[in-house]
Design a protein around this ligand. Sequence first.
Ligand SMILES: [Zn+2]
Length: 490
Amino acid sequence: MIAALPQVQYEMVIGLEVHAQLSTQTKLFCGCPVEFGAPPNTHICPVCTGQPGVLPVLNQRAFDYAILVGLALNGEIAAFSKFDRKQYFYPDLPKNYQISQYDLPLVQHGWVEIDAGEGPLRIGITRLHMEEDAGKLVHAGADRLSGSTYTLVDYNRAGTPLVEIVSEPDIRTAAQAVAYVQEIRRIVRYLGACDGNMQEGSMRCDVNISVRPVGTEKFGTKVEIKNINSFNSIQRAIEYEYIRQMSALNGDNPTEVIRQETRLWDENAQKTRSMRLKEGSDDYRYFPEPDLLPLEVTPDLLAHYQAQLPELPIAKRQRYQSEWGLSPYDAEAMSNDRTTAHYFEEAVRHGAPPKLAANWVQGDITAYLNEHHQRFEDLPLDPGGLAELIQLIESGTISNKIAKELLPELLERGISPKALVVERGLTQISDHQQLIEALQQVLAESPQQVAQYREGKRKLAGYFVGQAMKKTQGRADPQLLNQLLSSLLD
Ligand SMILES: [Zn+2]
């Protein structure tokens, strides 16, 4: 018998760089509008196309957003930071350098707390810096990059304000990576600093990933996967790269090599492929941007920004659990974005029990919104109306079933649930005499079942109650029916 060789267990070491586009009206250093989908090269000027002799001027709103994001990520805001030129040649970069921040970034030493289903986990944030985006190359003449015969360049995006958020290599699984990017997205959206639209490229992410035997300290060779723009792709690119690197390390696939390189996630092929060997930072010959003033943040200014921070998703999640008794799942669903949280909190403020409000908000109401492509802020039924509906159920005026039937009309018309219940004559019947009459009719129509019930087939009670519900068009109080039934039969 041949003993199986002991399998080496490998773990991933992952760090992420998230690029978030700041929601400003204009670009980072000029007055050109920022607008997705505009005709090519219509939002450009001498500054963002790098003409000689022009001077960049920092967009104040971009600076405000960058600081707010830094604070929300628990970072230290530098009292003094500056812009630098990162120099490289590429056709989408009209100046042949990108204005970024190198050795003195705006924010350092932050963290976010995530939960990828294993309990809370803190992911360190090395730094956050501001930088401008490059333009966009459009490879034409074929439906994909390979085989294209010429390339067009669109500078509309050049100079768009970004923050780059660099994590510590604290992430170990694809699920943690996804949870991390989701939390960053929630935070920037709460602040209104970035719309988080990954499809339009307002949020993109580079994944740095290496693999090492479990229990070792030394990092393996790091591979960077660039420009991933969906949660699904983050998950699958990491899973693919883990297997690729592991099979190279344990010799299962001797043709596979791990080099320090930049790879691309190929959505069609569902695999990563090599793009270029990784440049070191020396290759960029960074130097301080001479045309822009350094950034100074005084303690007073910092306090001014701190005062603007809204309650963040993590604080809401914790409060919903500790004060309102929601499960972690419900707390996350209710705090996922600010408008959902606002609707939910307002319903509770109007007297709805939190758990019931959460059920309605994430169940029927969200389903309705998705189906009708609407958002909470467009909903005619205000949170007070939802609270009223829940109170009608709680007080026994209507059944849960009727409430669900009424909901679409309530959501569409935004009228008071009480008024609609009266208008439709739907109040729950709790009048004993009326219910006894309904039950007596049912019993009279079902002599066989009555006989079987009396012989011991007790579960027929459900049948009798169901028939009585039918006779009252679902308006009878089912609990009361049950009580009355036993008094009639037993
Ligand atoms: Zn411009």
